[in-house]
Design a protein around this ligand. Structure first.
Ligand SMILES: [Zn+2]
Length: 213
């Protein structure tokens, strides 16, 4: 895919932040891997004002052109791309329900088998650190072990996948799961699925992705 198409795609999905269940106004950010780095939404611009010239290229070493400032949270995008070979795109957002759970410092446990879409038997919640710091980045990488999404304490959520549309879909799925889990907690204590049951689901999810379901 050429760089202009990637920038346009990033803008298209950044605008969807406002009209889906994901992130209001200018919170959150989106990136797509490209050559020796990635394109990412800029700092402090409202999504509906974005133009392709605003999307910033950052190398895996963390450098970018001086006149363009990437999102202040570019560091954990960079570290996910370095750490996860299968990451082609990253969606980070402050979606309402994921954010509420993150403020309660709760992970999403296996209350429903769909939790497996993030790659593990639960969706972890990364320990709090100030946004944009390498300490936060480290905590996120830790919570993404064997997983493609996690919550971030007192902050929100992050999801990655092979491309932008599937990463965006995963972030939406995490938000739905967070909402469903919160609703379960409103009426009682949900019965959790056992690790063995979740292992079976995880196996099916993997086969399904290979077109073998
Ligand atoms: Zn954020």
């Amino acid at each position: 895919m050429n760089s202009l198409k990637i920038k346009k795609d990033i803008i298209k999905y950044a605008k969807l932040f406002n009209t889906t269940n994901l992130s209001p106004l200018r919170s959150g950010n989106i990136s797509v891997r490209y050559k020796n780095g990635f394109f990412i939404t800029p700092t402090g611009k409202k999504y509906h004002q974005l133009k392709s010239g605003d999307i910033v290229f950052v190398t895996l070493k963390g450098s970018h052109k001086k006149e363009h400032l990437p999102s202040s949270e570019w560091r954990f995008h960079r570290d996910i791309y370095k750490e996860k070979k299968d990451s082609g795109s990253i969606v980070h957002c402050h979606s309402h329900n994921a954010l509420i759970l993150s403020c309660l410092r709760k992970k999403i446990p296996p209350f429903h088998y769909m939790v497996a879409v993030a790659g593990g038997e639960d969706i972890k919640c990364a320990k709090y650190q100030t946004f944009g710091t390498s300490k936060l980045s480290k905590n996120i990488i830790k919570s993404l072990k064997d997983r493609k999404a996690c919550l971030i304490e007192n902050h929100g959520q992050v999801a990655f996948d092979i491309n932008l549309s599937t990463a965006f879909e995963l972030a939406q799925e995490v938000e739905y799961l967070a909402r469903q889990y919160i609703d379960c907690l409103r009426v009682g204590k949900p019965k959790l699925l056992s690790y063995n049951f979740m292992k079976k689901v995880l196996k099916k999810v993997k086969n399904y992705k290979k077109g073998d379901a």
